[in-house]
Write a new protein. Structure first.
Length: 101
């Protein structure tokens, strides 16, 4: 019985050592994988930062075009209002003239 206990302890020590070695190997592989992911993330960050300049230029151009568009729309609306106001004034003048007669 004592021999079986000793053999069982030796087997447990060997399995523990094997598990420890496997965990170390997995840890090294995990470290390599994390390093690769960090390199990819840094590369993507560099590419995105180069696109930031382009997007800021597009933003400025869009803002300027929006300002010009708003100005043109305001002028067109003012022109249309002026045309309709003239017609209303003519109608009012005609009604006043008719009332005076």
């Amino acid at each position: 019985m004592e021999l079986a206990n000793n053999i069982l302890v030796i087997v447990l020590y060997l399995l523990g050592a094997f598990a420890l070695v496997m965990l170390i190997i997995l840890a090294f592989k995990l470290i390599k994988t994390v390093d690769k992911v960090n390199r990819i993330a840094d590369d993507i960050e560099g590419k995105v930062s180069s696109l930031d300049v382009m997007f800021s230029i597009i933003d400025v151009v869009t803002d300027k075009l929006s300002t010009v568009n708003d100005f043109l729309v305001d002028k067109i609306v003012d022109l249309i209002n002026a045309i309709f106001n003239r017609k209303k004034r003519k109608k009012v003048k005609e009604e006043i003239e008719e009332d005076e007669e």
